[in-house]
Every structure is written in C-alpha cells, then in structure tokens.
Design a protein around this ligand. Structure first.
Ligand SMILES: CC(C)(COP(=O)(O)OP(=O)(O)OC[C@H]1O[C@@H](n2cnc3c(N)ncnc32)[C@H](O)[C@@H]1O)[C@@H](O)C(=O)NCCC(=O)NCCS
Ligand SMILES: Nc1ncnc2c1ncn2[C@@H]1O[C@H](COP(=O)(O)OP(=O)(O)OP(=O)(O)O)[C@@H](O)[C@H]1O
Length: 205
C-alpha cells in the first residue's frame, strides 16, 4: 500500500496541499471528515462523549454541539486527552477501512492521509512511505483563523497552542512544505513534493 501522511498545524494549508494532490490523482482520506463521521447522531462515540462531557455538548436535534465541546477542550489538556481517547481509536479504524477500500480499487493508488494530529496521536509511522508536514508561522496561522474562519484572536491562539509544535512535526517529516508565502507558492511547492513522491513510488523505467 502506498500510504503518505500529510500533517501540519491548524490553518497551515494542509487542505490546500491535499486538494492540489487530489487533482493530480491522489486518493485523500481526511481525518477531520472521519472525526465527523464517528460522532454521527446515535453513534456509540457520541454517547461516550456525552457521558464524559455532559448532555450540553449534544444539541436538541441529537447532533454534537461542536462549539460547546471545542470550548471545553481547547484550553484544557486533560479534557482534550479524554476526548482524543474516545475519538481516535474510532477514527483510526475507519481510516484503515478507507485505505483498504482505496487499495482494492487500485493497488497502485497513492493514498494520502490528511491528519492534523499525526504527532499528537502517537501512532506508529512505519506504515507511511512518506510523512509530509505543511508549515506556516504561528502568527500566520492565527491570522488565517481570524480572517478565514471568523475566530476571535484568543480562540485562534488557544487552538494553535493545543497542538504539537512545528519542530515536533518536522522531526518526523520526510518533506516540509513552507506555506508562509502566497497560495500560488504553496501550490507550486505542493506540486514539487508530489513529483518527488510519485517519482520515488512509481519510478519511470
Ligand atoms: C472539538 C471539535 C468538536 C471542534 O469542532 P470544530 O468544528 O470547531 O473543528 P474541526 O473539527 O473542524 O477541527 C478543526 C481543526 O482543529 C484542530 N483539532 C481538532 N481536534 C483537535 C484536538 N483534539 N486537539 C488539537 N487540535 C484539534 C485540527 O487542526 C482540525 O483540523 C472537533 O474538532 C473534534 O471532535 N475533535 C476531536 C477529534 C479529532 O481529534 N479531530 C482531529 C482529527 S484526528
Ligand atoms: N500561502 C498559503 N498557503 C496555504 N493556505 C493559505 C495561504 N495563504 C492563505 N491561505 C489560506 O489559509 C487557509 C488555510 O487553511 P487550510 O484549510 O488549507 O488549512 P489546514 O491546514 O487544512 O487547516 P485545518 O487543520 O483546520 O484543517 C485557507 O483559507 C487558505 O486559503
């Protein structure tokens, strides 16, 4: 299986890179999307979250109240670890299923796992042929969260602070994509790394 991990801090530009690679043939499995699937209405994961964090994290229509849960976990590392302990095993199981499905459709597919919390989840990296991290300075990410996601500055800073550091991600990466400059520059750098990956996985004869 040709599995590549794509990580990076919040608002660094992972989705921008993933989209670029998708256009060039990658099969992208998005951990944030899986995290939404595992908390579907009536799911065991949602019920465990409600038992741990209280009924107020579930809205009247039975869906997860994401902002209520976010407010509880982003400033509190014990709460965050408890949430990760509930959600991460289910996310990993689903990811494995998606990788297997993609591989059975096309054994030569390059499957990109877009996972913000690669380092934090402490998972084994052996199954990844390459680990790529997308990096932008802390203040750049905070500003993007304010500009593009309408967050207040303290909320944005809290989210950034709740994650591993760029140095920790770089320590496990085979490639680093610097995403501090323009969007076009990030796309150009993403193309360069994709060429390097495809050349190494599918060398031309
Ligand atoms: C706390 C929740 C409800 C907040 O939802 P919200 O819609 O505001 O954010 P969303 O899910 O779109 O995540 C946005 C970004 O926040 C960061 N983030 C999400 N969860 C975490 C976490 N537990 N620790 C640190 N950063 C996180 C990631 O960079 C992610 O890309 C949600 O993020 C969640 O359920 N998190 C736990 C599951 C998880 O670990 N998801 C990350 C994918 S592995
Ligand atoms: N040079 C750049 N590279 C990448 N994204 C940029 C750049 N300049 C501005 N942006 C914007 O910053 C935001 C980055 O968000 P994106 O969703 O790609 O980040 P992400 O790493 O996937 O975040 P998350 O961890 O929340 O999923 C987007 O709105 C994007 O358009």
């Amino acid at each position: 299986m040709h599995l590549v991990a794509l990580t990076g801090g919040i608002a660094s530009g992972k989705s921008t890179v993933a989209q670029r690679w998708r256009e060039q043939g990658a099969v992208v499995v998005d951990a944030d999307a899986l995290a939404r699937e595992v908390v579907a209405v009536g799911s065991p994961v949602l019920s465990e979250i409600s038992q741990r964090f209280g009924a107020e994290v579930v809205s009247d229509d039975g869906t997860l109240n994401r902002s209520a849960l976010g407010a509880l976990i982003f400033g509190d590392s014990d709460a965050r670890e408890a949430l990760n302990g509930i959600t991460h095993p289910a996310i990993s199981r689903l990811a494995r299923e998606r990788f297997d499905e993609a591989e059975s459709r096309d054994p030569a597919a390059i499957i990109v796992y877009d996972i913000p919390l690669l380092v934090e989840s402490g998972q084994s990296l052996e199954r990844f042929k390459f680990v790529v991290t997308v990096e932008a300075e802390r203040h750049v990410r905070v500003q993007r969260l304010i500009d593009h996601r309408g967050m207040a500055r303290n909320e944005a800073e809290g989210r950034v602070a709740s994650q591993a550091t760029s140095r920790e991600r770089r320590a496990v990466a085979d490639f680093v994509i610097d995403a501090n400059a323009s969007l076009a520059e990030t796309q150009h750098r993403a193309d360069g790394v994709w060429s390097a990956i495809t050349d190494r996985l599918h060398p031309r004869l």
